[in-house]
Ligand binder design. Structure first.
Ligand SMILES: [Zn+2]
Length: 465
């Protein structure tokens, strides 16, 4: 019911004979048209759900949960402990953003005598939803509802991210969730799964290969060394920001970049960084070894974590080389828009994209080289240099996805490809057929499939209308 032939809005409704579960309940993001879908009528009543299973805290997977609770859902929301801690910051923030958007929109609506809008949910409603979360550690097989077994495996995508393994009525279905990139400097590699009858796999980068991680560090170092003015890096507050902090500290330690002031200007990123520091047990081996040697994770004297708006505004006047990391990652909201407003017209500034930019977002347009943008009702010329480092990715590329599936002892009987723009999903499907002889289906939004029990012989599916 989301992330079908597109990358946002993850939501799967899973019905067994007597029960109904959601796997993820995420927001559509990007264009206004996409965001309108967050208000769509749903073909189920949240009250009648038996459980919500959450793969990770990203808002395109978790952001519809407060709506479910506001509409009467009172059951458990299963997630890993780190995902729950991250949801404590991202969901209330999402509520505030919906309220703000609504207030802004209603200003002109009031003037024109139009009907006033209500927010998708409020901060308070988002906070309410947090009490339904239930912790489930990785690798613990847990019975949810009646006779459904749920196990979380590490997806290595963001802190707390999980691959969902469900055993239902004699069949197994695995949701990859968002699958991590093996070169993530902080997290573990995605766990392998022995076997599954049905697989639902993401395909954000189903048609692309990432550069070598060494190239990424070199690329970042080169941009920082060549900077004549501020470097503005739009970055997701959770994960990408911490990866950048970690990489910049390493470049600095190795003498590969000059020591510049580094500003992490996002209250959410600052809170997320504190959560990262609490979950060092789920980090990859390289970083755990560094921690053992006493190397700091995210701290260095020239690193400034900024929460207050006044301190943030002071950065508008910067002209000398400095690094500003701010959210949101696709420039659709948050403080990054103020930094772009002030620094895009300056030829000495550099904007560096380090993450996926969805279609029709401000980030995508800048990355594609537009000459000017509209921000805060004004035309802003783009004179700053715009660069991108594509190898920073929290998602596996097609080789990562294929080798993860190849790692199964037995290929899945059927594979659904979701969470990708259609061309990416198709490219992955073709490769899975060519290299692994796996039949794949790319479901359309709202499409319904009946999964027959694997124990009945051949697993089969019936698209239903
Ligand atoms: Zn994600």
């Amino acid at each position: 019911m989301g992330a079908a032939q597109t990358v946002t809005g993850s939501l799967y409704l899973l019905e067994t004979k007597k029960q109904r579960f959601l796997v993820d309940a995420g927001l559509f993001q990007g264009s206004q048209k996409a965001e309108k879908q967050n208000f769509r009528p749903l073909p189920f009543h949240p009250k009648h759900l038996d459980g919500i299973i959450l793969t990770h805290a990203h808002i395109d997977h978790s952001g519809l949960i407060p709506r479910m609770v506001a509409e009467g859902y009172r059951g458990p929301i299963y997630a890993t402990p780190a995902t729950i801690d991250l949801c404590r910051i991202v969901l209330p923030d999402s509520g505030s953003l919906h309220e703000e958007d609504c207030r802004f929109e209603n200003k002109w609506r009031k003037k024109c005598g139009k009907d006033l809008l209500v927010p998708l949910y409020t901060r308070q409603q988002a906070e309410m939803s947090l009490k339904y979360f239930e912790k489930l550690d990785y690798y613990k097989r847990h019975t949810i509802g009646r006779a459904v077994n749920l196990t979380f495996h590490d997806a290595g995508h963001i802190l707390g991210s999980a691959i969902v393994e469900l055993e239902i009525e004699g069949s197994k279905i695995v949701f990859s969730g968002d699958m991590g990139n093996r070169d993530n400097p902080i997290l573990r590699e995605p766990d392998l799964i022995d076997q599954t009858d049905y697989l639902v796999i993401e395909s954000t980068y189903g048609d692309r290969l990432h550069d070598d991680p060494a190239t990424r560090m070199e690329g970042l170092g080169e941009i920082i060394r060549g900077a004549q003015g501020p470097i503005i890096i739009p970055a997701f507050a959770v994960e990408r920001t911490q990866e950048l902090m970690y990489d910049i500290i390493r470049l600095q330690r190795d003498g590969k970049i000059p020591i510049l002031p580094i500003y992490v200007d996002s209250p959410m990123a600052v809170s997320a960084t504190e959560i990262f520091e609490r979950y060092q047990s789920v980090f990859g081996s390289e970083i755990r070894a560094a921690l053992k040697r006493g190397e700091p994770l995210f701290e260095t004297p020239n690193m400034h974590l900024i929460r207050s708006p006044e301190e943030s505004q002071r950065l508008n006047k910067l002209e000398s080389p400095a690094i500003i990391i701010s959210a949101s990652g696709m420039c659709e909201g948050g403080r990054i828009r103020h930094h772009l407003y002030h620094h895009l017209p300056q030829a000495q500034s550099t904007v560096v994209f380090v993450g996926f930019q969805a279609e029709r977002t401000l980030g995508r347009r800048l990355k594609e080289g537009v000459q000017s943008i509209t921000l805060f009702g004004e035309t802003v010329p783009v004179r700053a240099k715009v660069k991108s480092l594509d190898s920073y990715s929290a998602h596996a590329d097609y080789e990562g996805l294929i080798s993860w599936v190849r790692g199964m002892q037995q290929p899945p009987a059927y594979t659904f490809i979701t969470h990708g723009e259609l061309s990416s999903s198709q490219a992955l499907g073709k490769r899975m057929m060519d290299e692994l002889e796996i039949v794949t289906v790319i479901p359309a939004l709202g499409e319904l499939f009946e999964l027959l029990p694997a124990s009945s012989g051949t697993a089969r599916l019936e698209p239903a209308n």
